[in-house]
Design a protein around this ligand. Sequence first.
Ligand code: ASP
Length: 416
Amino acid sequence: MSDKSSTTTLWGRIPLWQKILAGLALGILAGALMGEDASVFKPIGDIFISAIKMLIVPLVFSTLVVGITAMRDPQKMGRIGARTIVLYLITTAFAISIGLLASWIFQPGVGLDMSFESGMEAKEAPSLVEILVGLVPQNPIDALASGNILQIIVFAIGLGISLTLIGEKGEPVVRIFESFAEAMYKLTSIVMAFAPFGVFGLIAHVAGSYGLEVLLPLAKVIGVAYLASILHVLVVYTGLLALIGKLNPLRYLQGILDALVVAYSSASSSGTLPVSIRCAQKNLGVSEGVAGFVLPVGATINMDGTAIYQGVVAVFIAQLLGVDLSLMDYGMIIVTGTLASIGTAGVPGAGLVMLSIVMAQIGLPLEAIAVIAGIDRILDMARTSVNVAGDLMVTTLVGKSEGELDETIYNAPGKS
Ligand code: ASP
């Protein structure tokens, strides 16, 4: 699917994903050449991020209401919910195991001598009861105003089901939501036209602020985290799509590119949500109902990249301090890392704070987190991309399993 307009200018004829990639490459170049001066471009990136964030609440709310009224089947909704949660949990456990394995094989912390000092407090993982109680909004307007995605989802599902149940009487409201959702898709396209510049501004700033002197000593742990992330996407995600979904994984990789680059440059999976929803519907052919439910839930609770990172960094720090981890410790990291990743908010830097849960669990000093805090953004960009790729993979699989995936769109060669 492509945004074909009547324009014949060269700019109009280049597919959006190519322009976004060019923005990324030029941003890195500008950062490398200009160093800290590249921060002059940061406001362009900030405007872009604010513009996408502006879309999140109205887009998620209207898409979900429309999607649910179109499905007309509350039972199907329950099935979709169960499949989504199971797939999210399984892929996260896989992710953290891959992270552990990568650090165990490549030993990025062995032989490294780094000092650290910082006063960090351990965070507490949220309890299951707390999460469940917090799902129901006392005031939906408050949930919308504060952008509490899980509460917005609960209200939208309730409203969508009720509109279906009252039949004809619900029609006018459904039509208003349909028209509103359509307008939000259009607005997303308009904001995305600005993405190449936004990505350029964000990346130029990041590339310009990290000199080689801070990156080089930690090059090995950065390399291991990136390698584990890439492997997870290329092996686990594409494998699941091919084996369970019987789908061509290359089309998936091609279809999620816009979302990947925005995730990479913004380091926020919540912020990337509107782009993910657009990719899911426009490039992968997932229905409104499935995309509108599975993706916002994923952006809130499914953080495979964060899980990989926790595995890699926990083992890295243990190696750095010469602490031997037992099999029991590894098991602990998998369990607490999965929970901690669920509790991680989809905003920049959240994973670093949640790392303290895993560290405390296996008795490592929290101060050691300071070693990687300085380069966390570089790791954050990779983990956010995996977080978003994972959400889109599960969305595709759930869509396929529920007959909510248009394979003509999925298999179409030209994307965005
Ligand atoms: N920045 C990540 C995200 O938005 C969360 C994290 O810091 O791990 O998905």
